[in-house]
Design a binder for this molecule. Sequence first.
Ligand code: 4UV
Length: 531
Amino acid sequence: MALASPYPDVEIPNLSVPEFVLAAGKERPDAPALIDGLKGDVITHGQLAAYVDRVAANLHARGLRKGDVVAVFCPNTPWFPVVFHGIAAAGCVMSPINSLYTPDEIAFQLKDSGAKILITISLFLDRAAAAAEKSPVDEIVVLDGAEGHANLFDLLGADAPSVQVDIDPANDLVTLPYSSGTTGLPKGVMLTHRNLVANVAQCRPLISLGEDERIIAVLPFFHIYGLTVLMNQGLAWGGAVVTLPRFDLEDFLRTIQDHKITRAFVAPPILLAMAKHPVVDKYDLSSLTSILSGAAPLDEQLALAAQSRLRKGAEDGVTVGQGYGMTELSPVSHTTPDPGCEPPGAQTDVPKGSVGYAIPNTECRLIDPGTGEDAAPGASGELWIRGPQVMKGYLNNAEATANTVDSDGWLHTGDVAIVDDEGRYTVVDRVKELIKYKGYQVAPAELEAVLIGHPEIADAAVIGVPDKESGEELPKAFVVRAAGSELSEEAVMEYMAGKVAPHKKVRFVEFIDAVPKSAAGKILRKDLKAR
Ligand code: 4UV
């Protein structure tokens, strides 16, 4: 049985992402759109639109055409949105690469996505160049400049004629982030202009962000949460997005104080610091009206502790809420509403720990994994989602697409949830392989493939194990040594640390005689978890 959102449907404008997101700014060209939280540099809404036109024109002049993929390997700065919207306005597809990736990981994405150009910064050039040696691109652009490379000024040059590319929002891709989904290796998630436009429009009735708001963007734009919820949602309603290139607690707090930030969208580890760290008291955070946490489970007590600490007794102070989604959902399907934005007829506040209501135009089902039927009322089940934010599919992978989005359009999330009488959802478990570390994806299959690449490893399996202190999951590898090998735990961890980004490091190693597998050869992760 499909459970509808309690909110009336919203209209989804038939526009490209830049047309939609940059529209509000046209009304207030002199207002700040993007602010560098550390340096203070400002890009106004008027400048943003002009720069986007230039980037699109110069990409076209460099030979890029509709549908071409441009990989972006950059931290959050005000230039990231300029580059993203420029790529989108040129009809090209932006594939964002995690700033922590190693050359091998970057090369995988360049190759799989077929990226023509890689845009990066000088600090990342070593890794970018090493990746491009394995998976060549036509060109590496280094925004802040490097000998022998085009730079930001080349992308902003005045000479190239403006381009008007015909975009079909429902079919044309705008971004290609990578996600392992419910199983296997990372896959390119094909998101259309309509997917992203829809998701910003769908959040509007719950998150009534105004043009005087200032959003702190410390979560990365290379992740879909940062791209849609922080960047595009912030800009679409005419507000200002204040960027930080990495998380440092004091920089984060100082930026909230100095830039009078009104909204923070964060992941649980940041909320943990805001609830517990003594240094928080040194800063005036009274401008904050809302903190929304997402990307991993948020503990109810932690949410309450953060809210009461930051409110300092003021009843109408900051509210701490929670959003839920996944890359394949552009990403939002659920969120808690701002005060006053509850659905018609709502009786009580959303309990802390809940991810709130399904957003407009979104249907849900909860499926009992045992029977494959709808779960009984009040019982938990795997969450299925249908709506305009569901991805077009995985790039070049019809099988994985069919296993994730069924023939009726339901996306099977691999998360287990419950819903209460008033339509508020709580995520209670995960039935997919995915491990989340600090909100980042860690795909067991990817780590297993790297492990097996070691000459002294005959077989391997990876699972997430709970870390009591942080409440997070940490990757643990079960390793079968090759005959005669005396490989140590430390040697395995060191090998992995050299191959994968820090958030994917294997934190525990256990040697076993054989990896438990089903008759079909599937790793029996449940058996490993039970050990
Ligand atoms: O694909 P991904 O890396 O995507 C995300 C998306 C985070 C979002 C989305 C919408 C929001 O409004 C928001 O605040 C944050 O992380 O990983 C998807 C998986 O992450 C877990 C869940 O297992 C997803 O399938 N996850 C995401 N949000 C939550 C969560 C949550 N609030 N509670 C529990 N698990």
